[in-house]
Design a protein around this ligand. Structure first.
Ligand code: FES
Length: 218
C-alpha cells in the first residue's frame, strides 16, 4: 500500500450551491483536509484496479499502518470512506452522557448504517470506525478533529468531525449533533473484516444483506 498524502487545502464551496453541486465538489476534491484539522492521508487500496473501483466493487484496506488516533481515507464507489483507529481514550467519549445529550440520533435509529453497526460505536469492532465521509447536509467533506479542545474547531469541542461549509458537527462515530444543518448521521458503508488487519469495504459479513442504497441520505 502506498501512502499518498493529501495536501492541506480548503474544501469550502459557494454557499448558494445545490446538494448536487456540493456532492460534485466533494467527490472531486476528496482527500483534502482543512488547514487546522488533523492531516489525513488518502491511501491506495490493496488489489482492486481502477475499473473495479469505478464499478463499485469491494476494496481491501490494510489496517496495519493506521496508528491509534489516526484516520485514513480510501475511495469506494467514488466516495471518500473514513477509516479511523479509535483507542480507548477516544472511545470512552462516545458513551459519555455529556456527549450523548448533544446528539440528534445517538442510538442510530435512522437507517444510515447496517444492523451490525447499529450500536454505540457504529461499527463492527469498536476500535475501527468506518464512515462515508460526506456531510449529510449538502455533501462537503467533514474535517477530522479527533481530540477535545476548548476552542478548535468550535468552543468546547469533544472530538469528532467538523464540516466547515455550514458548521455541522459529528462525533467520532459519525453521529450528528443537534441544532446543526446536517439532518442525519454519517452513513456507514457495507464492510467486513477479511482478517484481523484487512478490511473489505463494499461487502457485508456473511450473515448480513445490507444494501447501501437503502440508506435515508448520503
Ligand atoms: S455541507 Fe453544509 S454543513 Fe456540511
Amino acid at each position: 500500500m502506498t501512502p499518498d498524502a493529501a495536501a492541506p487545502t480548503s474544501a469550502t464551496p459557494a454557499p448558494e450551491g445545490t446538494r448536487r453541486d456540493f456532492l460534485f465538489l466533494a467527490t472531486g476534491a476528496f482527500g483534502v483536509v482543512g488547514t487546522a484539522a488533523a492531516l489525513v492521508p488518502l491511501v491506495a487500496q490493496l488489489e482492486p484496479d481502477a475499473s473495479t473501483i469505478a464499478a463499485g466493487g469491494p476494496v481491501d484496506v490494510d489496517l496495519k499502518p493506521v496508528a491509534p488516533g489516526q484516520m485514513i481515507i480510501v475511495r469506494w464507489r467514488s466516495r471518500p470512506v473514513f477509516i479511523v483507529n479509535r483507542p480507548d481514550k477516544l472511545l470512552s467519549t462516545l458513551q459519555s452522557p455529556q456527549l450523548v445529550s448533544l446528539l440528534s440520533d445517538p442510538d442510530s435509529q435512522n437507517h444510515q448504517q447496517p444492523d451490525y453497526a447499529q450500536n454505540w460505536h457504529r461499527s463492527i469492532k469498536p476500535e475501527y470506525g468506518v464512515l462515508v465521509g460526506i456531510c449529510t447536509h449538502l455533501g462537503c467533506i467533514p474535517q477530522f478533529y479527533p481530540n477535545p479542545s476548548p476552542t478548535t474547531p468550535t468552543a468546547a469541542w469533544l472530538g469528532g468531525y467538523f464540516c466547515p461549509c455550514h458548521g455541522s458537527k459529528y462525533d467520532l462515530a459519525g453521529r450528528v449533533y443537534k441544532g446543526v444543518p446536517a439532518p442525519y448521521n454519517l452513513p456507514v458503508p457495507p464492510y467486513r473484516f477479511v482478517n484481523d488487519t484487512t478490511l473489505r469495504i463494499g461487502e457485508n459479513p456473511p450473515d448480513s444483506s445490507y444494501d447501501f442504497d437503502s440508506i435515508i441520505q448520503l
